[in-house]
Design a protein around this ligand. Structure first.
Ligand SMILES: Cc1cc2nc3c(=O)[nH]c(=O)nc-3n(C[C@H](O)[C@H](O)[C@H](O)COP(=O)(O)OP(=O)(O)OC[C@H]3O[C@@H](n4cnc5c(N)ncnc54)[C@H](O)[C@@H]3O)c2cc1C
Length: 384
């Protein structure tokens, strides 16, 4: 399999690699401890155009192909995962609904600001009673005059507290629900009636905030239905299209973390050998390295191949689910093996092995759990 990658995309990948090594790695532990990414780092990511990777050039973004975008994520997740998360929602779930289904006016109004990193974009689907079962959402929107009035609660919204704009899915027809009764709205952070809770305390991605959003009679102008009046009721389709693409992104994040863990393990074993430990005593660890490298090789091939297929315009729903399932499950296995190889040292925060172990676990949960991917894949297999 051959992948031809344009020079400008390889150049960007190299710039991201440099950013990781020179700016992000040195502050990774600090961000882990404080839970905050310094503003100058956010500014640096802005200046590299990282908030608009997939947004077309016409709207101020870099207009990368899926493969080009994946190369960036692969590099950016070789450090604390929160840095990728800070730009992630603007590049995928937060902005793609507007790009895929928005009106031209909406694209011109929102995408350039998102691409410039002026407005972070977030995505609000999950609710207290609707995670995997997204069709169970309760957040409602009712039309009153020129406004939709939203009421309900969304939870676990990544970048909820720094978002300028939030793609939000709400019920507009209780009878039809997911079959023509959900609508996607563009919510600006200052719309009256929207409040954002303090960040959740969680196991990993400490520097990436998730928040609860509460809509209490939140007034949303009619013009803010994604795609305009004809798209009222089509919000579930928009959400599913958005999540489809996100699955490849998650594969790339899991791959980047796995590659970094492998590199750390190789360096650790080399150091032990150089310090006089016999290769025979390290046979189990060496076999573990071989298994990690083999899995990573397979993961990279399937991820790049699916990205390339998507870039040719093919529907890759089935393949994207397999990529997410394989890459994210692999990352957990690799993080666990890395912990075995490092032993007690890996358990210490300063090794960052334990941070990777915590962080990669998330990839198996959000944007569709492993079980949901298995459902998508098996449904496709059994479709007559
Ligand atoms: C850090 C973080 C960031 C997030 N960011 C966002 C965001 O920006 N926007 C957003 O909208 N959401 C976000 N989410 C929510 C995330 O998408 C959901 O957590 C995810 O969809 C799973 O839903 P749930 O947590 O309610 O789990 P549940 O759906 O309650 O699932 C619990 C368990 O049951 C399994 N399960 C569920 N249904 C089935 C089934 N039919 N068959 C077999 N097994 C099943 C699941 O796989 C899982 O293991 C985020 C979550 C986290 C943790």
């Amino acid at each position: 399999m051959e992948f031809s990658i344009p020079d400008d995309q390889l150049l960007l990948r190299d710039k991201v690699k440099q950013l990781v090594e020179e700016d992000l790695n040195p502050i990774s532990l600090q961000v882990e401890a404080t839970g905050e990414i310094p503003q100058e780092i956010v500014a640096k990511m802005r200046s590299l155009g990282l908030f608009g990777l997939a947004i077309p050039r016409t709207y101020g973004g870099l207009g990368l192909s899926t493969l080009g975008e994946i190369l960036v994520y692969e590099e950016l997740t070789k450090t604390n995962a929160c840095f990728r998360s800070r730009i992630g929602t603007s590049n995928s779930i937060g902005s793609m609904g507007i790009l895929f289904d928005g009106t031209e006016d909406q694209k011109r109004k929102y995408l350039p600001r998102i691409a410039a990193g002026e407005w972070t974009a977030a995505f609000a689907l999950t609710e207290p009673d609707a995670g995997s079962d997204a069709a169970n959402i309760k957040c409602s929107a009712a039309l009153e005059g020129g406004y939709w009035i939203l009421n309900g609660t969304k939870q676990f919204i990544t970048n909820g507290d720094c978002a300028g704009v939030i793609t939000t899915i709400a019920v507009t027809d209780e009878n039809k629900r997911a079959r023509g009764g959900f609508t996607a709205f563009i919510i600006e952070k200052d719309f009256p009636g929207l409040s954002v809770s303090p960040p959740d305390k969680k196991m990993g991605l400490k520097g990436s905030h998730t928040n609860e959003l509460v809509f209490r009679n939140c007034r949303v102008p009619k013009e803010n239905v994604i795609g305009g009046p004809l798209m009222v009721g089509q919000g579930f389709k928009t959400a599913m299209r958005v999540l489809d693409k996100g699955r490849l992104t998650m594969g790339a994040c899991a791959l980047g973390a796995s590659q970094k863990l492998l590199e750390n393990c190789v360096a650790h074993i080399k150091h032990q050998i150089n310090s006089g430990k016999s290769r025979d005593d390290l046979q189990a660890a060496q076999f573990s390295l071989a298994d990690m490298a083999t899995e990573i090789f397979a993961a990279r091939q399937m991820l790049y191949d699916t990205a390339r297929l998507r870039d040719t315009g093919k529907n890759v729903t089935h393949e994207a689910s397999m990529v997410k399932l394989f890459c994210t499950e692999m990352a957990s296995r690799i993080a666990d093996r890395a912990m075995d190889i490092f032993g007690d040292e890996g358990y210490l925060s300063k090794s960052q092995i334990e941070m990777f172990l915590r962080d990669v676990r998330l990839y198996r949960i959000f944007e569709g759990t492993s079980e949901i991917q298995r459902m998508v894949i098996s449904r496709n297999l059994l479709r007559s």
